[in-house]
Design a protein. Structure first.
Length: 175
């Protein structure tokens, strides 16, 4: 089974996923990076050309394909668990961890690269906190389906090991 990280854009799924994959000795699958490789362009460019619905279809197909691969640490896209049935599907195939980050922290992390985020590309910086907050409310039920919720701070190696240990029984059960 996989260790699957979910959370809003900027929550640290890719960054923390890399560290976890190193600690656990499992490969990291970054879904956004995989999709960009497949598309031959950024997700923003793909969405601009083909639309968000087409992107979500590609994302859902990739999720299904990834679950057939060897056990990995998976950094999902921010909206991946919100597709119909996706969070339940993830729970069947792995341990799902929601990385929860406060709205002010997300604003701080995202404000410098809005143009690379399709859902935020047209958002005025003054509206960023409101838009992120609204999106988090919409996605709360999706993220709430995770097995565990971690408040995503800057974990040092010992803290990260402790977090992994806290879900260890689930990982051992899943393996």
């Amino acid at each position: 089974m996989h260790l699957i990280l979910v959370g809003f854009m900027g929550s640290g799924k890719s960054t923390l996923g890399k560290r976890i994959s190193e600690q656990m000795g499992r490969p990291l699958i970054d879904m956004d990076a995989r999709l960009e490789e497949k598309f031959g362009c950024s997700i923003t460019a793909y969405v601009a050309e083909f639309g968000i619905d087409s992107f979500r279809i590609e994302e859902a197909e990739l999720l299904i394909a990834i679950m057939k691969e060897p056990e990995s640490v998976i950094a999902t896209g921010g909206g991946t668990p919100c597709a119909d049935g996706a969070i339940a599907f993830m729970r069947e195939h792995g341990v799902v961890v929601h990385l929860s980050v406060s709205v002010p922290e997300l604003v701080k992390r995202l404000k410098g690269n809005l143009s690379s985020r399709p859902l935020l590309a047209d958002v005025h910086p003054d509206d960023l906190e409101r838009v992120i907050g609204r999106n988090l409310l919409v996605r709360a039920a999706c993220y709430g389906g995770a097995h565990a919720k971690w408040d995503n701070h800057s974990y040092d190696d010992d803290q990260l090991a402790s977090k992994l240990s806290s879900i260890g029984w689930r990982l051992r059960e899943a393996l």
